[in-house]
Design a protein around this ligand. Structure first.
Ligand code: GLN
Ligand code: ZN
Length: 768
């Protein structure tokens, strides 16, 4: 029998229940007990969905209140002292590390949060000390949750982040110099203890994730696998559970020597065959004699129905070589990156609905493919035929194919990618045109999305207020944020994005070729969820998308108003992209649509235009080499194509939510944006060194404070930060701004923080 396995299930619940419960708890409106009870309810519901679908191997410990890596940080007591010293309750300490804590005289910023591989999920970075020790928590979460499922009659396979990935994804704390992987010896006993406890609780198998195996690994990380897995696999069967070592989001062919030397004794090896089906044969050739292959054939990262015929072929290939007992049919990765259920979508038209499959549907797919391979296609004939029909419908639909768009793509020339003049010439014109002070201050686009904004938007969506009433409301919001910016004395204004629910969805809803959902939320970080629109066909812009609001904002503002767009790569990456057309083609279609918008904004009197590309980096192929160069070349081209249509006097900004540009600096420079705003408050100012080293001539606003946390930075803190930056950037290059948009913040902290920010900028204006 071929068994089916799921690597992880989304945590939020059908109606983002976890988000609501977490936020209520943080706001003091829900008790700790009630939050914990809600978590328990959700876990149970998710296990049942999988059990009812007939999944054989159901994960536990995939649930997390905030983030699963943070769960491990706490469980291993890798807790920096600043979080442990105030003896907060364990749950509050956990959230303090995830989102900072500023209450009852305690004031700690959060740990750094970064993208999980090339996804839009963020994990909390293990942050380690030179004298780091580890200690397993009493009653560790994976054991607790395994027992909880067992009590409900469901035997699960607990999921752990493996020790090598845990360390390799971590970093030394500020002021520390420890190389995380050097801590392996200290960490392993904790894993051994944990595995023993899981075995005692009845767990026969544990999924141990080592996704770093898809990277190009430095030698010392590669070498760490051997001692780690010698110890952990030695426990298998007797003192510990069997280990299913899991990789995803890439191939592991370049690390098969690690499989040979360290992982052959593990009970199973999971690989992602959606992303890299071509690795199958080579991986099989390196398996141990009895080792099981877990074949990830159901996409954990996208919403398309699985093509059963193709998936079955892949699994059959493996079965021919290994036999049915040695193959598992699995999701390619955790389903964390997919929405909860298609059943909640009441507004999708039938044609496209038939093409989709969300988490609750994918678990059925996994079970069905396993059944088809185990019992022969006749056992599921009807489902296979229906599936083939859906595949056919999508491939031949008019919605996927727009000849006008194709024609326009064919007419794109090289010249369309370049601004008229070089930066010096452009800047000379922009300076007089915009009359900006030194150290200009600005924000990244959004201001707090208040309850009132959400209520009005909801009413509008439901038809309870007229378009005119809604427009008036938005205009009032715009006037309000402009008044606040006047008061704060900022230099380049924004309209605040009150009309936008989300920076990508908003555009998706205004572009042809997209469909959008009502409930397809995916966790981005902590309680924050996004609802990626879906690119189903060729993309084009039927009419202007942002001009009305920006033009209005400019008309009531005495300072330059910055237009605000989401760039082509971010639109692509934060949507569910098509899987039937190369992403470079989709990016170029988006770029052409945005180019028209940029030109229209300029014509409407908007002379500063920011095109956000926070997703540029996460799209980087995980391995360096030619794949990466290819990606960067089409990604940079699409940004340039979208922005190069303006006059020299119009200033193009771009924004990124990170500052680690070292490995692709040439691409950032090639964007030729006049001003870049980047994250920097939580990373080291040293990262800015690359800008001097490479003699970067244009302007930069490294974020001076962290907007992910409600904490208010003091004026002094901001000044210190700017001083640090000035070691690496010229005073005339530097803009002063927060790290990112402010939509998730409250007004109170926003005003306080920006007041300090403007004062700090004024201080430097005096000084230089
Ligand atoms: N302009 C967007 C905002 O301010 C940028 C968001 C982002 O970079 N993630 O909300
Ligand atoms: Zn950002």
């Amino acid at each position: 029998m071929v068994q089916s396995a799921v690597l992880g299930f989304p945590r939020m619940g059908r109606l983002r229940d976890l988000k609501k419960a977490n936020e209520a708890y943080w706001g003091g409106k829900l008790s700790r007990e009630d939050l914990l009870a809600e978590g328990k309810r959700l876990r149970l519901e998710h296990w049942k969905i999988q059990k009812d679908a007939g999944v054989d191997i159901i994960p536990s410990n995939d649930f997390a209140y905030y983030d699963h890596v943070l769960d491990h940080i706490q469980m291993f007591n890798a807790i920096p002292e600043r979080y442990s010293k105030d003896s907060l309750h364990e749950l509050d300490q956990y959230f303090a590390m995830g989102r900072g804590h500023q209450k009852d005289g305690i004031d700690v910023p959060s740990l750094e949060m970064v993208k999980w591989f090339d996804s839009n999920y963020h994990y909390v970075k293990p942050t380690l000390q030179d004298n780091q020790t580890f200690k397993l928590a009493a009653d560790p979460k994976p054991v607790r949750e395994f027992k909880e499922a067992k009590e409900a009659g469901i035997t699960t396979r607990p999921v752990l982040v493996g020790p090598v990935s845990f360390l390799a994804l971590g970093k030394a704390d500020r002021g520390q110099s420890v190389d995380p992987i050097s801590l392996l010896d200290k960490l392993l006993p904790v894993y051994e203890q944990l595995l023993k406890q899981l075995k005692e609780a009845g767990a026969e198998t544990v999924q141990i994730d080592e996704p770093v195996l898809v990277f190009d690994l430095p030698a010392k990380i590669k070498q760490a696998f051997k001692p780690a897995y010698e110890k952990l696999t030695a426990l298998q069967g007797s003192a510990g559970p069997q280990l299913a070592v899991s990789t995803y989001f890439g191939d592991i062919v370049h690390n098969l020597d690690v499989v040979d030397s360290a992982l052959k004794n593990a009970y199973a090896l999971h690989v992602d065959l959606v992303r890299n089906p071509e690795q199958l044969n080579e991986v099989i050739a390196h398996l141990g004699d009895k080792q099981i292959l877990s074949a990830g054939v159901v996409d954990g990262r996208n919403i398309w129905k699985t093509n059963f015929k193709k998936a079955i072929e892949v699994v059959e290939t493996a079965v021919q070589k290994l036999g049915k007992e040695r193959v598992l049919v699995a999701t390619s990765s955790s389903l964390l990156h997919t929405p909860h259920t298609l059943a909640s979508e009441k507004k999708l038209d039938e044609e496209v609905r038939d093409w989709f499959s969300f988490a609750s549907e994918k678990v059925h797919e996994v079970a069905l493919i396993a059944k088809a391979v185990s019992n022969g296609p006749d056992s599921v004939r009807e489902q296979l035929e229906a599936n083939a029909k859906s595949m056919q419908s999508r491939a031949t639909s008019k919605r996927t194919n727009n000849p006008e768009v194709k024609k326009r793509q064919e007419a794109v020339t090289a010249a369309m990618h370049n601004r008229q003049s070089a930066f010096d010439t452009r800047y000379a014109q922009q300076k007089t045109h915009l009359s900006l002070p030194k150290f200009p201050t600005t924000t990244i686009g959004s201001f707090p999305q208040t309850q009132d904004i959400r209520i009005q938007r909801n009413k509008f969506t439901k038809g309870e207020i007229t378009p005119k009433e809604y427009e008036e409301f938005i205009e009032k919001e715009i006037r309000d944020v402009i008044a606040i910016q006047d008061e704060l004395d900022l230099d380049v204004y924004v309209h605040g994005e009150p009309e936008r629910n989300d920076m990508v969805q908003y555009f998706g809803e205004r572009l042809d070729g997209y469909v959008f959902t009502t409930h397809a939320w995916v966790q981005s970080y902590g309680s924050r969820c996004v609802r990626p629109p879906i690119i189903v066909g060729d993309v084009s812009r039927p009419e202007p998308m942002t001009v009305k609001e920006s033009k209005y904002a400019a008309s009531v503002s005495k300072k330059p108003m910055k237009g605000m767009l989401t760039g082509p790569i971010t639109c692509l990456r934060w949507s569910f992209p098509r899987d039937d057309v190369h992403q470079s083609v989709q990016a170029q279609q988006l770029a052409l649509a945005l180019r028209d918008e940029v030109v229209d904004l300029e014509a409407a009197g908007i002379y500063v235009i920011q095109v956000d590309e926070p997703a540029l980096r996460e799209g980087l192929p995980l391995r360096s080499g030619s794949e990466r160069e290819k990606y960067l070349s089409w990604a940079v081209d699409s940004f340039k194509l979208s922005t190069a249509g303006v006059q020299d006097s119009t200033q193009i900004h771009s924004h990124f939510c990170y500052s680690e540009f070292q490995d692709f600096f040439h691409a950032i420079a090639a964007l030729d944006a006049d001003v870049l705003s980047i994250e920097n408050s939580k990373s080291d100012a040293k990262l800015l060194k690359v800008f001097i080293d490479e003699a970067y001539p244009r302007h930069i606003g490294p974020g001076v404070y962290d907007i992910h946390s409600p904490r208010v930075p003091s004026e002094q803190e901001i000044k210190d930060r700017v001083e640090e930056m000035l070691q690496y950037l010229k005073p005339e290059q530097l803009w002063i701004n927060p790290d990112c948009g402010l939509k998730t913040r409250q007004w109170k902290e926003t005003k306080a923080a920006l007041t300090n920010l403007v004062n700090a900028a004024k201080f430097f204006r005096e000084k230089y």
